[in-house]
Structure formats: C-alpha cells, structure tokens
Design a protein around this ligand. Structure first.
Ligand SMILES: [Fe+2]
Length: 277
C-alpha cells in the first residue's frame, strides 16, 4: 500500500522588523507573513511540517525575533528554522531556546530532523558580518558524517544561500560561495533528493549533480526579475506564494501555492460525467 504523502511548506525571508515597521519604508512584511502562515494552515490535506529558510528578521535583533516568533507559532504544524544573513544566529538560538533541535554544534545552527518519512537537514550557511554564504570545513565535515550515518534515508537539505547563480547578478554575488565543495561532499552520498534555499525572494529551480535545487518564493516582496548583466538592485511586490514539497513512495515533487483568494475551484465535469462545455 502506498505510504501517506508527507507535505512540507517552505516559508522564507519574511524580514520581520521590530514594531512591525515596514521594510524599505514600503512593505508590510509582518502582515504578509501572517497571511502566508494562515494560507499554509488552510491547506488540505494538512501540511505536516514547515521549514523556514532564513532571514526571519531584517536586522537580526532580539526585538525582531520577538516579533516573528508569534507569527510562526500560529502555524498548525511543527516548523524548523535556520539562519540567513540578516539573522544573528545567537539571537535566533535564544529566541527559539525551546526548539529542541536547534542546539547546533560549535557555533553553527545545523541539525537533522528524523521524525518524518523524509529526513530534513538544516544547514547554517551564515558568515558573520557578511551577506554571502559559505560552508566551512567544519560544517562540511559535519554534513559528510551526518549523511554517512543514514545512507538509506531520503533526505531534503535546506540552506539559506543558494549554491548556484540565478542570473540576478546583484544577488548572485551573495550566494553560497563554496558550492563546489558542498557538491563534492554530496557526490559521496546518494540519498539527498533536493536542496531548498531562500535569499533570492523568488522561485527559481535548477539541477546540480543530479540533485534538484530550488529557491522559495516570497510572501511579501520579490527581488525584481532583472536578468540584465549588472542590473540595479530593486524589489517588486509580486503575487505572494509559498513552495510546497510532497514526498511519497520515494519521490519528492514541489509546487508553488499562490497566497490569496481566487475564483474556483470549479468542476470540469457535470454530475452525469460529461465534460462541461
Ligand atoms: Fe538573505
């Protein structure tokens, strides 16, 4: 018998500010994030777990984490956080002190969640004081050991900084700088089904070394889709979305779910079984 599908929502880059201040004096990120959380809660079948792929806050302060925490706690499912470049990892650890998985090793907030049909591995790609991402030798060795311990467990890795170039140059300079070293580690293991990232504020997908890699869309502001070389940094308030992953029978697929109210669903077929024309 087919196993029950495991459904994961990805929320990313909410950039919540203290006092619910507008991001860039324009974007109500707190309201947008609350709406995205309510959307995830409204989905049927129910979402089993959520991953939050960094930049929970805009400046990384405890006050900002205090603002984002109750919004996330409104999720009906368990959720798992990793830091982005806008987050202070020490403040994140303090703000989520009761999240037992967030112990990390050394200075790094990385972990594995083994409670689900799909193993979830959160990485900490942050570099103190820098916007780009990197996985130092210590973090790569931790990942190598972790994957070697459970070679048969299909695994989803999530990490804030994307390990590829999107073509949006002003963001690409801040990507995961040593992506090649990450894929050298992954090439020694066969169970990683997908890598889910944040940081770019728009849905992007690629395949590297046979592994699907995607970036989650934003529920508030998107980095503008400007593929001109050296295009100017800008953002656009686009239709909000969340990414969903569905894992069943050893297959992981992803969907983009629009946040909002839309006409439908309408049936294709009449009660007599004929196609409505
Ligand atoms: Fe970021």
């Amino acid at each position: 018998m087919a196993e029950k599908p495991f459904i994961i929502a990805q929320l990313t880059d909410p950039h919540i500010k203290a006092g619910r201040a507008l991001a860039y004096s324009r974007v109500d990120t707190a309201h947008a994030f609350e709406t995205a959380v309510a959307h995830v809660n409204s989905l049927t079948p129910n979402v089993d777990a959520a991953i939050v792929t960094g930049d929970l806050t805009d400046k990384g302060s405890l006050a900002e984490f205090s603002e984002v925490r109750p919004i996330l706690d409104a999720l009906d499912c368990p959720y798992f956080v990793i830091p982005g470049n806008h987050d202070d990892p020490a403040n994140m650890k303090a703000a989520f002190a009761d999240h037992g998985y967030l112990t990390g090793t050394g200075d790094f907030l990385h972990y594995a969640i083994d409670d689900y049909p799909l193993r979830l591995v959160g990485l900490d790609s942050t570099v103190a004081g820098a916007p780009h991402g990197e996985l130092c030798a210590e973090r790569l060795a931790w990942l190598d050991t972790l994957l070697a311990a459970e070679p048969e467990r299909d695994t989803l890795i999530f990490v804030h900084h994307p390990p590829f170039l999107t073509g949006i140059d002003h963001m690409d300079v801040q990507n995961l700088h040593n992506a090649d070293e990450l894929f050298t580690v992954l090439s020694r293991h066969g169970q990683v089904r997908h890598i889910a990232c944040g940081h770019i504020h728009r849905a992007v997908d690629t395949v590297i070394g046979g592994i699907g890699v995607s970036i989650g869309p934003n529920a508030a502001h998107a980095v503008s889709l400007d593929l001109h070389p050296a295009g100017a940094p800008s953002f656009t308030v686009e239709p909000p979305m969340v990414r969903l992953f569905r894992y069943a029978d050893g297959r992981l697929v992803s969907h983009l779910s629009n946040v909002g109210h839309f006409d439908g669903p309408h049936p294709f077929f009449a009660e007599d079984g004929s196609l409505i024309d």
